[in-house]
Design a protein around this ligand. Structure first.
Ligand SMILES: [Mn+2]
Length: 334
């Protein structure tokens, strides 16, 4: 049985619940990305088609690089407290939806997520790491219920799948992903444009900031962690923002280091909020369990991609990570 078939009952239950709802709140995590917004706007497309009232809620300003997504202008940072159903996408930890702040108390909750089990919940809860992306789950929701996937929806879904597979590179790129991608292209997704928007440089300034980060690449001799850093001030100088350099850590993970054995890559970001955000990437060649290391540092994630936030300065955060990686062996055991 395919993973999607396993959830046929849930997919049907979700369609029925949406049919009964009066006002549907669509939500994703803070700092929304391609996958969360893609799935959300694919659903917005469907709810428009069936004439349902909905709010596509985002925390803060949605990233302008994704303004090509159909219905991007429907995203709203004003959430209705009166919504009676919630469909939440891609969030991992329920607190990241920040629903308390808006007072929404939906009587029906659905979750579509491909993150590891955390605090996802719902009357319908489809949380499974076997899916490449939340957009892949959205695709199966439409297919299972015999709902036509329009060109707009295909564009949204393809965008999330390209982003979360790193352009069909990461280990979550299953044969099913390629099959779905082919179908979405046939349905009208502009695959060239989407790939350029998702994987390309957002601006000259973003490229310059990435260049600066690359010029600082350092391989620690003891732990074989390759790292670099960027601060808010760096980004200001280059007239760009953290939202626009999201692919940097994946690009670091694609560097084939022939002279230095790199076991893990790490990007340290000083966002000027008293915390240092750190993203880690590994892969099957590196054989390093980034998830375990990050777990010891108070963050979360899985073997190949994990992240945490640490108090202090950039220097202190780097020292702390290297110290922990030296203290214990984080070689992958799978
Ligand atoms: Mn995702």
């Amino acid at each position: 049985m395919t993973t999607a078939k396993k959830y046929a009952h849930e997919f049907k239950g979700l369609a029925e619940a949406l049919g009964r709802a009066n006002h549907i709140l669509l939500a994703t995590h803070e700092s929304p990305d391609e996958d969360g917004l893609g799935a959300m706007l694919a659903f917005a497309n469907y709810l428009d088609a069936i004439g349902k009232k909905y709010t596509a809620y985002v925390i803060g300003t949605p990233p302008s690089r994704l303004s090509f997504l159909p219905r991007f202008d429907r995203l709203s940072s004003v959430s209705p407290a009166q919504a009676d159903a919630l469909v939440a996408f891609d969030y991992g930890n329920f607190a990241r939806l920040k629903l308390d702040a808006i007072g929404a108390k939906p009587s029906f909750i659905a979750t579509l997520d491909h993150h590891p089990q955390d605090t996802q919940k719902g009357d319908v809860n489809i949380t499974d790491t076997a899916f490449s992306s939340t957009c892949e789950i959205a695709y199966h929701f439409f297919k299972t219920n015999g709902i036509t996937i329009t060109k707009d929806a295909a564009t949204c879904i393809y965008t999330g799948m390209v982003a979360d597979t790193g352009g069909f590179i990461h280990s979550n790129t299953s044969s099913e992903v390629f099959r779905i991608a082919a179908e979405l292209k046939e349905l009208g997704a502009d695959t060239e444009l989407i790939a350029k928007r998702v994987l390309g440089f957002a601006s000259v300034g973003a490229a310059a900031a990435i260049g600066l980060a690359f010029s600082r690449l350092t391989v620690d001799k003891d732990t074989h962690i390759m790292y670099t850093w960027l601060s808010s001030r760096d980004l200001e100088e280059k007239h760009t923002e953290f939202d626009d350099i999201g692919m940097l850590v994946s690009m670091m993970n694609h560097i084939r280091a022939t002279n230095e054995r790199v076991r893990c890559v790490a990007l340290f970001k000083d966002k000027n909020d008293g915390m240092i955000s750190v993203s880690f990437r590994s892969d099957s060649e590196k054989r390093f369990d980034a998830g375990k290391l990050v777990g010891a540092l108070g963050g979360g994630g899985h073997q190949y991609a994990a992240a945490t936030k640490m108090k202090g300065t950039l220097k202190e955060a780097i020292a702390k990570v290297l110290q922990e990686a030296k203290r214990k062996n984080y070689t992958a055991t799978w």
